[in-house]
Design a protein around this ligand. Structure first.
Ligand code: DGJ
Length: 765
């Protein structure tokens, strides 16, 4: 009879019980060995032979081994590694918090010291508790190092419906002297097989640009030091096996839920241990724990999929929808916006706004938002931030008349704020220059001519809260566009680095405001997409994806955001025909189809539009409304294309599927590739309809694809009139044929797009 402890080589000579925990759903198994510091010994496809959540690794002598224990025994034997010559005499496993003291020559999960002491802790287990509730399986491990006088808590929470794993880590100072935390990271293993790292960089008006790098040796590092989530480095990465595609292959997505500085590292050790580490990037002295104090690191969310990048996104989307976002009216079907920024900028005039509101209502707008420029003295971006009082020169009767008009036209009212900021040219600065976040004695550069408020000063925090609270109490405001337009320089409170605490205070401010006004919805905006992350999403309902409303740039930005976020939380607006940020010109077709799938809106002055544009706009907004319950709740698919200039995106539920095909540059081939949809049900039949075609589409073809031809009406003069003929019998194909053969597409001009609709047909008995 073999007992487990006879053959597992204990790494450490301690008496602690060894237990194995199994977090799982239909698709994934995560096995965590708790002998000393817990480690994930397996993370992959569901192991069918293991069903228990807690399995004892040590058996008493002569105890009979169950089938499950035998399976575990086999697995552990298979996993037991040799020890190589030329190094330490024991195999040192990768744990959930690598410690410098163990001989794991890699980036530690915890770094810090107590006046030079306690710099290399080695923790011993105290408890490991498994709790199951409400579609979550949770493992909480408590550890302690009595020499370093530190307690560590590591928590793994597995959301079984979405397949998302949340990893948390916290350290508590159980000693008397201060302990300085330099780093506390969440560490998770990654694939041993050849893989690549996908990360996202960006800049103002060009967020979420994708970069793919092979993972070979040593470390890959991403650092954000901007003091907010940033336009530059998105706090999420994807690790995929080299053969993975959008629809197949093994992929793990990681997201650090934090709106301040961060670090992501991918390590490959000489013995091929591979892992990812993500943490808040702390400045020197930023976190000093006095006796009894605890530092909780930002949560790392991760999800593994064997169904390619789309599978990973489905898990994240499900998680965001079920766990993170709470809409005020509990409906994910989002009201269509008109935001005034690019329409009128700072030029607020209530009479004109009233006319805009009437036009907006006529178009079918459901929420009318006045952007920057409504408060006292705010005639441009050089002044007045902090003075959150309605400008009586612009609005002699306050905001009530415009809000009442907007409401009586059946629309909600929203307003722009930038609460964390202060302008030097403001009443607030005259009264409280000491509230400016900075290092005393040093000059700091302004950003967009403005500075940041130190929210750690309680009086300052209270002032900002009081102003926002007064605004929301006095007026019927349903929505705040919460902006944040500069990076932090010298962020310090009483001389001590303060990015971490400033970030926590922003969360506290929003939380307090939402507590006082539970029905308010908030958009997280930071010069566009500079504060997009899961932690801010717990307290907001929408991201402004980019200040760039150019549909061509938006195709890329929105596609890459879709790796992590479902479309209904991404603000996607139709901008002016000539983009304000790029001066490119696009048809309404391309602008509208690009904005169609997200939380749609318009970002221009409709009073300046021609009658023809207005009637087209009405058409697009009503098309969006017709399909938005599908678009805002369905499963999203990014489809690969052999033509890099073709961007295809689909949203589907059990009965319908809408597909957008955008041609973002000249087609690479003279004929477009067949459109294949591999995610529909093979046994069902689908009716295929074209619901949107670009104006003037057709001049690149002598003949249209046969299935599409009957729905196009040709004009006498050989021009194409693109009203779609709804009287003809649409084509019907099985899901199987749509996956294997697909359908031919028309040739599209660069910077145009089309929409197709697939409807499941009733099965005839
Ligand atoms: C930056 C935002 O991203 C814009 O949408 C707009 O709200 C301006 N700020 C207003 O100042």
């Amino acid at each position: 009879m073999i007992t487990f402890n006879q053959w597992i080589q204990p790494t450490f000579n301690d008496e602690s019980p060894k237990r194995l925990f199994h977090l799982k759903n239909d698709k994934q198994s995560i096995l965590i060995m708790c002998d000393r510091m817990p480690s994930i010994i397996y993370w992959g496809k569901r192991l069918r032979d293991l069903n228990s959540s807690v399995i004892a690794v040590e058996l008493k002598d002569n105890e009979t081994i169950s089938k499950e224990q035998q399976a575990l025994l086999n697995l552990l034997q298979a996993l037991s590694r040799p020890v190589a010559q030329g190094g330490l005499d024991d195999y040192i496993p990768l744990t959930l918090c690598p410690e410098a003291s163990t001989g794991l020559y890699t980036s530690p999960g915890i770094e810090g010291h107590r006046s030079g002491q306690a710099w290399a802790p080695m923790f011993q287990p105290v408890s490991a508790d498994y709790v199951e509730s409400d579609h979550t399986e949770k493992l909480v491990c408590q550890l302690v190092d009595e020499h370093a006088q530190l307690a560590l808590e590591i928590t793994l929470t597995f959301y079984t419906q979405s397949g998302v794993l949340q990893k948390d880590i916290a350290v508590t100072n159980i000693g008397c002297d201060n302990y300085q935390v330099n780093k506390l990271a969440n560490t998770l293993p990654i694939f041993e097989e050849p893989s690549q790292l996908t990360s996202f960089h960006g800049r103002w008006c060009q967020e979420m640009q994708k970069m793919v790098q092979p993972i070979t040796r040593k470390s890959l590092l991403q650092e954000n030091r901007r003091g907010k989530t940033s336009l530059e480095y998105f706090p999420g990465v994807i690790i995929s096996k080299c053969e993975a595609t959008e629809l197949s292959g093994d992929v793990i997505g990681f997201h650090l839920a934090w709106s301040g500085n961060h670090q992501f590292m991918v390590h490959v050790e000489t013995d091929n241990k591979r892992f990812l580490q993500a943490n808040e990037l702390l400045m020197p002295g930023e976190i000093i724990l006095s006796a009894g104090m605890r530092y909780q690191a930002p949560s790392l969310y991760a999800t593994l999929s064997s169904d390619g990048f789309n599978g990973m996104s489905h898990n994240f989307h499900h998680f965001v929808r079920s766990q993170l976002v709470k809409f005020a009216d509990n409906t994910p079907v989002r009201p269509v916006h008109l935001n005034t920024w690019e329409g009128i900028y700072f030029d607020h005039n209530p009479t004109y706004l009233l006319q805009m509101a009437h036009k907006a209502a006529e178009l079918g707008i459901e929420r009318f938002i006045i952007d920057d420029g409504w408060f006292i003295g705010r005639k441009d971006d050089k002044r007045a931030l902090g003075d959150w009082f309605v400008d009586k020169h612009k609005y002699p009767d306050g905001l009530t008349p415009i809000i009442q008009a907007v409401n009586s036209l059946g629309m909600q009212f929203g307003i722009w704020v930038e609460p964390e900021m202060i302008s030097l040219d403001s009443e607030l600065y005259k009264k409280h220059p000491e509230w400016l976040l900075g290092l005393d004695g040093y000059k700091q550069p302004s950003g967009r001519y403005q500075f940041v408020l130190n929210l750690q000063i309680e009086a300052c925090f209270n002032y900002v809260f009081e102003r926002l609270d007064a605004l929301l109490t006095e007026y019927n405001i349903n929505y705040l566009k919460w902006d944040m337009n500069r990076d932090l320089v010298q962020p310090a409170h009483l001389g001590v680095a303060a990015i971490s605490k400033q970030t926590q205070q922003v969360y506290r401010l929003i939380d307090k405001l939402r507590q006082a006004h539970p029905s308010i919805e908030i958009e997280s905006c930071a010069s566009g997409g500079g504060r997009i992350d899961f932690e801010i999403l717990k307290r907001t309902q929408r991201f402004w994806a980019s200040d760039c409303n150019d549909a061509l740039e938006r195709q890329t930005i929105q596609r890459h955001l879709s790796y992590f976020f479902p479309p209904e939380i991404l603000g996607t607006h139709i901008g002016a025909a000539i983009s304000h940020s790029t001066f490119r010109q696009h048809s309404l077709n391309f602008r509208a189809v690009t904005a169609m799938f997200g939380h749609m809106g318009i970002e221009f002055d409709p009073l300046k539009s021609s009658d023809e544009e207005i009637s087209q706009l009405k058409h697009y907004l009503s098309l969006h409304k017709q399909y938005r319950s599908l678009l805002h709740t369905g499963k999203c698919y990014r489809l690969d294309s052999i033509d890099p200039a073709q961007v295809i995106h689909a949203v589907s539920d059990s009965d319908h599927c809408i597909v957008s095909i955008a041609q973002i540059a000249m087609p690479s081939f003279s004929l477009p590739p067949m459109l294949k949809l591999a995610f529909l049900e093979p046994v069902n039949n689908y009716r295929i309809e074209c619901i949107e075609l670009p104006t003037n589409c057709g001049h690149l073809m002598k003949k249209w694809p046969q299935w599409l031809m009957p729905s196009i009406l040709e004009k006498d003069d050989n021009q194409i009139a693109l009203s779609i003929n709804t009287n003809v019998k649409p084509m019907i194909l099985s899901g199987e044929l749509l996956a294997s053969i697909g359908i031919a597409l028309p040739i599209l001009d660069p910077e145009t797009a089309m929409l197709l609709k697939f409807t499941k047909q009733p099965v005839l008995s």
